[in-house]
Design a protein around this ligand. Structure first.
Ligand code: SF4
Ligand code: MSK
Length: 659
């Protein structure tokens, strides 16, 4: 088999850090790490060529008759010992990745559900329902009566329904009520409407056992069904309960990049995904006693900073500064300025512990599902959250007092507007009394906005950090495509200064006009990677409002994860594709081209009324693919010629509000 040319292998001998990252702060810290002879994931990636057979899922190790490698030039020339074809092997490997990604998000969702149940039972006292509007909105979308009822009664019914998202063994998960009828009809026809997440993940995994489902088409149905229970199930529960308990985000200013660390403060970083750890630490760093303790050791105060998706939750809800995305988590430790680094779940690299040791920073694990050898474990208990978070703060103060390493904080930071949500977009475009997606649809129909793109996902040391995200998004907005963002991608664009209303300067004339009228950035950050569900709901609403077709597959929208790395990203990609969205991934794609399984994902799913996958490592080509797709959808809708229509501007919105 040919080597995958799309993967840029960076030689460990050629340590040109400018090739590793576009992030100036990360580059500065990587240079320092090299001078200090400290190894990071970038060094390891440069020194380890990815296995070309594994990269294309051409090997199987599902039983002890193998492992079997189908790595000849013609992937159909060989079969596994059991007779498994390349399509069976690739689809089974893909299935396991989607199952893992779905399990990760669903576990996050289930933890949030347990938290809400604990709050309602009175056993958990440190959290409370903060957003009753959101609670009522979610309840109504699930067909639960809200009129004249107590908050706790409504929330209890919401919990009962959400419990079914995980446990039901037959029927359809409750959130299918949010799916546009034509999309749902297609799912029913294909028999991919999800049941409970636990069942779907178990079913998918058991089908990948040796001697089980050896029809890639049949297996792909279960892959879609499982991914759909992630997007419209586990992840949706996680987002909705986070909003109910901690408040639906509304736009807030926030600083991003390593320059938000402060040499004269006790710096505490929280990294991971689940919002209850960070909500508790927000309280802890505002506790006057702990602030006084910090001052008593000579600090000017406590400086809480986020990273990755935990950081996005804090940024979106509290405007708390954010130091950087996934591939900057080791680099930030090189500053020597991090006094404690608390983590919970997902995207926590084991390498953090070694780098932390080199710079005198302890890594604190807090979740029983995610411990790391060599890290200090302080278990988080939602019944007594401050026990854990106070302990982390106290250890940070202690480390500040005993700092021995040189402090070197990059000066870069960028201010941006974050905290958009499906609900806020509704309000922003329509005003509080006529909150609606109608102005968005209108502006798409009249051509000012060409379409909408979700640019999401990770960063990956196999490609230059942040570069593809920035190039892609600039190209999209220049072509009047409104960009919605989540996850590490949002942080990338924030560092690049594109999350401000002024960034409308980079937009095409139509999008620029809309952004200026509404006062919004051309790039709207919707939160963590689990919050891609906000994009699903926005798509469903665009269909409901009308004028853009009957199903999500009709919409002039596209998605991308140009620097993905995780199995969660693959599950997200598959749920967008199964929901009807053309979704393009960069870096690499774990399937050999010109196989039947590849054709199914990249062409035939679309013919079934769903979306389809795309791949290119080149962000400019990616933009072209996405814009071409958007234009094809516009043509199919008969809106390829822009129609003149009055834009809903601030004056219109004021008028509507006073009507
Ligand atoms: Fe090889 Fe088949 Fe066993 Fe996979 S399941 S390792 S293809 S014999
Ligand atoms: S953290 S899954 S690197 S977006 Fe959600 Fe970032 Fe991707 Fe992890």
């Amino acid at each position: 088999m040919e080597e995958n040319k799309d993967i840029k292998i960076l030689s460990s001998k050629k340590t040109n850090i400018a090739d590793w990252t576009s992030c100036k702060s990360t580059a500065q810290m990587l240079r320092k790490a090299q001078a200090d002879q400290v190894e990071t994931a970038f060094d390891r990636a440069a020194g380890m060529k990815p296995c070309p057979i594994g990269a294309k899922s051409a090997c199987c190790k599902h039983c002890a008759m193998g492992p079997c490698r189908l790595n000849s030039k013609d992937p159909y020339a060989k079969e596994g010992v059991c007779g498994a074809t390349i399509d069976t092997i690739q689809s089974r490997n893909f299935a396991r990745m989607v199952a893992t990604g779905t399990a990760a998000h669903s576990s996050h969702g289930r933890n949030m559900l347990n938290l809400l149940k604990g709050v309602l039972s009175g056993k958990i006292k440190d959290y409370t329902i903060k957003d009753t509007n959101k609670l009522n909105g979610v309840a109504q979308s699930l067909g639960i009566e809200t009129e004249g009822r107590e908050v706790n009664a409504v929330a209890t019914d919401v919990c009962t329904e959400m419990e079914r998202v995980f446990h039901m063994t037959e029927g359809e998960i409750p959130f299918v009520k949010r799916v546009p009828p034509k999309t749902l009809e297609t799912w029913r026809k294909l028999d991919i409407v999800p049941r409970g997440a636990m069942l779907e993940v178990m079913e998918l995994l058991q089908r990948t056992h040796a001697g089980m489902d050896q029809d890639y088409q049949n297996l792909t149905k279960q892959i879609s069904r499982t991914a759909l229970v992630d997007g419209w199930g586990g992840s949706m529960v996680a987002t909705e309960i986070s909003d109910i308990l901690f408040g639906t985000p509304t736009p807030v200013h926030g600083e991003v990049d390593m320059g938000c660390l402060k040499e004269d403060h006790v710096n505490i970083i929280i990294h991971g995904h689940e919002p209850y750890l960070l909500e508790s630490i927000v309280e802890a760093v505002n506790d006057p006693e702990l602030v006084e303790s910090a001052k008593a050791v000579g600090a000017n105060g406590l400086n809480l900073v986020g990273m990755c998706c935990s950081g996005l939750e804090m940024l979106s809800r509290h405007g708390i500064a954010h130091a950087g995305n996934f591939m900057s988590t080791e680099a930030v430790l090189v500053t020597g300025a991090v006094d404690a680094f608390g983590v919970d779940v997902q995207c926590i690299q084991q390498g953090l512990v070694k780098v932390g040791k080199c710079y005198g920073t302890k890594i604190f694990t807090t979740n029983p599902s995610c411990r790391i050898e060599g890290a200090e474990h302080i278990e988080f208990d939602e019944h007594e959250p401050r026990k854990c978070t106070d302990a982390i703060v106290k250890q940070a103060i202690d480390r500040f007092k005993n700092r021995t390493v040189e402090i070197d904080i990059p000066r870069n930071k960028a201010m941006g507007v974050h905290g958009f949500s499906y609900e806020y977009i509704n309000y922003m475009l329509g005003g509080s009394f006529r909150a609606s997606y109608t102005p968005l649809n209108d502006n798409i129909i009249n051509g000012r906005i060409r379409g909408v793109a979700g640019v999401v996902g990770c960063v990956n040391p196999r490609v230059k950090q942040d570069w593809a995200h920035i190039e892609l998004v600039k190209e999209l907005i220049k072509n009047d495509v409104l960009v919605l963002q989540t996850g590490c991608s949002q942080i990338t664009l924030a560092k690049a200064g594109l999350c401000t209303p002024e960034a409308a300067f980079y937009a095409g004339p139509g999008l620029k006009e809309v952004c200026e009228a509404v006062g919004m950035p051309p790039v709207l950050g919707l939160g963590a990677c689990v919050d891609n569900t906000r994009i699903l709901i926005a798509c469903a609403e665009m269909v409901k409002v009308g004028g853009l077709g009957d199903s999500i597959a009709d919409l002039p929208v596209a998605g991308a994860a140009p620097e993905w790395y995780s199995e969660k990203a693959l599950a997200i990609g598959q749920y967008f594709v199964a929901s009807g969205v053309y979704t393009v991934f960069g870096v690499t794609f774990p399937i050999i081209e010109e196989t039947k399984f590849h054709r199914l994902l990249f062409e035939n799913m679309e013919a079934q009324g769903l979306g389809k996958w795309g791949f290119t490592a080149d962000p400019h080509e990616m933009a072209r693919l996405m814009i071409d797709h958007i234009d094809q959808k516009r043509a199919a809708l008969g809106i390829d010629k822009a129609r003149e229509r009055t834009l809903t501007d601030m004056a219109d919105r004021r008028e509507m509000q006073s009507a």
